[in-house]
Design a protein around this ligand. Structure first.
Ligand SMILES: *Cc1c(COP(=O)(O)O)cnc(C)c1O
Length: 408
């Protein structure tokens, strides 16, 4: 696969924040940089690692149930809840390893962690999200949408969070294994997708503030339908003026788990008032819109489309990137720039994009107590782009861009 072989390989322990790391004796002190470094530098060789072996191990994958459909699932009312599936994929990397070693599937189940693991104490973790779609019964098999992009984004995030990351090849292979092992949970065509959730966490024990000495890459999956309870219908958003999602120099541009608990409060408050989600403003001027809690934003006015430029405070969505290209293919001028509140409220059309939400039209935005309305429904650009994108993802249209990856 040409697209994969050209991918940049990140050497996990090569550097972190400019500290060169020698994998020879004591070289990790540069990384750990604290008094605890000396103790932690021994990693698992010194620290007890009883919890390492506690993961449910898969002696032999039981494939007898794989071709039966997903039990008694109501495929028509999936939503975005967690339906546990059969298998998860686990791969580890310890201090001193050249990278992640070969991972394996195990039965889906709880993971045991040291109470002093880096992820539990300091939030050293990243997640990803992508979907596998069932192809038509004539074609058979499944498709993934741009999984190398998720792998690369995880590598960028890992660099920011001082973690080693799987190679693009390891990531995509692991995703495929997870899909195949859970194939009976991939919804029928048109009913949804198998949502795949890769995690990269600092699983090793550490006390002083420093990167963990061991990392776990884990993938689980769950069948999903639509993200918002509104389904494919348009949503109402509330502009949040007090709480900010990201700041310049922070981690808003990477998918770290640390970004999400802080936005639960404004999100829950907005939901209690009947809004589907919150729109965040830039924390400096409180004048430029950034994105929603888990999706990017587009505004349309006349023949021009604009989306906030990603400069560290906005998550660079793969759906966003794809929609920019699809809108340009349709002859629209698409600008990545600052999008002010004025640009937003005077737009003809507004929509959100993300793996989970797809392309979701926004019918109203409420800012400082005023509700602004936008065009939705037939003859909107968001509807056209939704069709363009989902046709490629579900294998209904020819994939001229090489965005889909087959899993057979
Ligand atoms: C994941 C995410 C998105 C969407 O990214 P996709 O790659 O399109 O799924 C947008 N914003 C935030 C904050 C996210 O976490």
């Amino acid at each position: 696969m040409a697209v994969l072989s050209s991918a940049k390989r990140v050497l996990p322990w090569a550097s972190c924040n400019g500290h060169a790391l020698a994998r020879v004796s004591g070289g990790l002190r540069g990384l750990l940089g604290t008094a605890d470094g000396a103790a932690a530098a021994g990693g698992c060789s010194l620290l007890p690692c009883r919890w390492r072996s506690s993961l449910p191990q898969l002696d032999s994958v039981d494939r007898s149930d794989e071709d039966s459909s997903g039990g008694d699932i109501d495929w028509d009312n999936l939503g975005f809840g967690l339906t546990p599936t059969d298998y998860m994929y686990v791969m580890r990397c310890s201090q001193g390893d050249a990278g992640f070693s070969r991972g394996e599937l195990s039965r889906y189940g709880n993971v045991e962690l040291s109470p002093s693991s880096g992820v539990l104490n300091y939030g050293q973790g990243l997640f990803e999200g992508l979907k596998a779609y069932r192809r038509s019964s004539e074609m058979g098999g499944y498709t993934l949408f741009r999984p190398e992009e998720n792998a690369r984004r995880m590598q960028v995030g890992a660099e920011r969070m001082c973690m080693p990351a799987p190679s693009v090849e390891q990531f995509v292979h692991a995703v495929k294994q997870t899909v195949l092992a859970n194939r009976r949970w991939v919804p029928p065509q048109g009913k949804g997708a198998l949502y795949i959730r890769p995690l990269l966490i600092g699983s090793g024990a550490i006390l002083g503030l420093a990167p963990a000495p061991e990392y776990m890459f884990l993938i689980y999956a769950a069948p999903v339908g639509t993200y918002f309870k509104e389904g494919l219908a348009a949503i109402n958003l509330l502009v949040e003026e007090e709480i900010h999602r990201a700041m310049p120099g922070g981690t808003g541009g990477v998918k770290t788990i640390a970004n999400y608990a802080p936005v639960l409060k404004p999100q829950m408050d907005a939901k209690s008032k009947g809004f589907a989600d919150v729109l965040y403003l830039d924390p400096v001027h409180k004048r430029y819109v950034e994105e929603a809690s888990s999706c990017n934003l587009f505004v349309v006015k006349g023949g021009a489309v604009a989306t906030p430029a990603t400069a560290g405070t906005i998550l660079p969505g793969i759906t966003r990137k794809s929609i920019i290209e699809l809108a340009r293919d349709r002859g629209y001028q698409v600008e990545e720039r600052l999008v002010s509140i004025d640009d937003l409220v005077s737009a003809d059309e507004v929509f959100c994009t993300g793996t989970a939400v797809g392309v979701t039209p926004v019918s109203t935005v409420t800012y400082q107590g005023t509700r602004y309305e936008f065009r939705t429904g037939q003859d909107t650009l968001s509807r056209e782009l939704y069709t363009d994108l989902t046709s490629i993802q579900m294998g209904l249209a020819e994939d001229k861009k090489g965005w889909t990856v087959a899993v057979d």
